[in-house]
Ligand binder design. Sequence first.
Ligand SMILES: *Cc1c(COP(=O)(O)O)cnc(C)c1O
Length: 369
Amino acid sequence: MSNFLKDRVNKGVLGLKPYEPGKPIEETEKEIGLENVIKLASNENPIGMSPRALKVISSMDDLNRYPDGNASAFKNKVASVFNVKSSMVTVGNGSNDIIEFIAKCFLSNGDTAIYSKHGFAIYPLAIKASGAEPIKVDALDWGHDLNAMISSIQDTTKVIFIASPNNPTGTILSVEKIKDFLTKIPSNIVVLIDQAYFEYIEDESYKVPFSLIEEFPNLIISRSFSKAHGLAAFRLGFSVSSEEIADYLNRVRQPFNANSLALAAGIEAIDDEEHISASVEINREGLQNIKKKFRELGFDFIESFGNFISFDSKSDSDKSFDFFLKKGIILRSLKVYEMPNHLRVSIGTKEEMQQFIITLEEYARSIKE
Ligand SMILES: *Cc1c(COP(=O)(O)O)cnc(C)c1O
């Protein structure tokens, strides 16, 4: 490949590597010559999508028409379910889209934005692509060190990205801590609290309420439909913020970023309590069993509040990843997150977790030999 545009491409883009998603099932089956490969690599909902959502999209016509460019019905639904104004809602093609809007609106050359070591990979990607400089703050017990984040604020700092629960560590911050943090930072720094795993949070004191925005107008809270709602393929997420911030975000949003099927599915899935609680239930049980097994076999893990858990595989994670892959289980190596021995496993169905546990036992024996 010739590099004749190297001095022309945006500087921030030069330093980027494409985001590496979890390996797809079909491709892996061909690659290793196995059938029934299990994917526990992308924190997807193992029981599938909301049945209510499936029903509504099955009978949709008008697909020759563009989507509602304002996503009004969807935003009104979000507004009524969560008791916010629809003018505070911004729709994303996945909540990753929201992260990009924030970078586009608030960051450019000469600016800095803060995120945590072991934090979600899309933050540094969006920051660098905007031309701004990322400031990576050391973690505390694998999680966000809010005091260290405050100390690392510079005059140039415009945005702080925080995931709670964080992916891939599963660590979480209490609302109390987040409030305290917001009180201590300059009120003109935009803060994203990314709650992609919101529905899995069982303790109220960790659920960041949208009402906090009244007190802190620099706060943006995002949610995703890809995890508990099981709509990963549709790409749908949203944020709630002040009307002013929502107005800015909306200016950089492509008019049809969320498609008609996604919007219709989202309207149903958002309050499909039956499906959400079934998903949370499976996850709770799966997490409990896997933690028990990790303890039994002597693997250190990071306490997780999402639908996944990361553990120290006690060897190079490219190797341990390969061990599981050859047995037909796709996990996630966390090398790119500066966790060279850790693997992340998404919580699957009961059967998938049984398969994982059998393979984990084999793996434990293999590293003892
Ligand atoms: C999965 C995930 C998202 C984004 O998911 P979308 O599919 O784009 O909605 C955002 N933040 C974190 C921390 C995630 O793990």
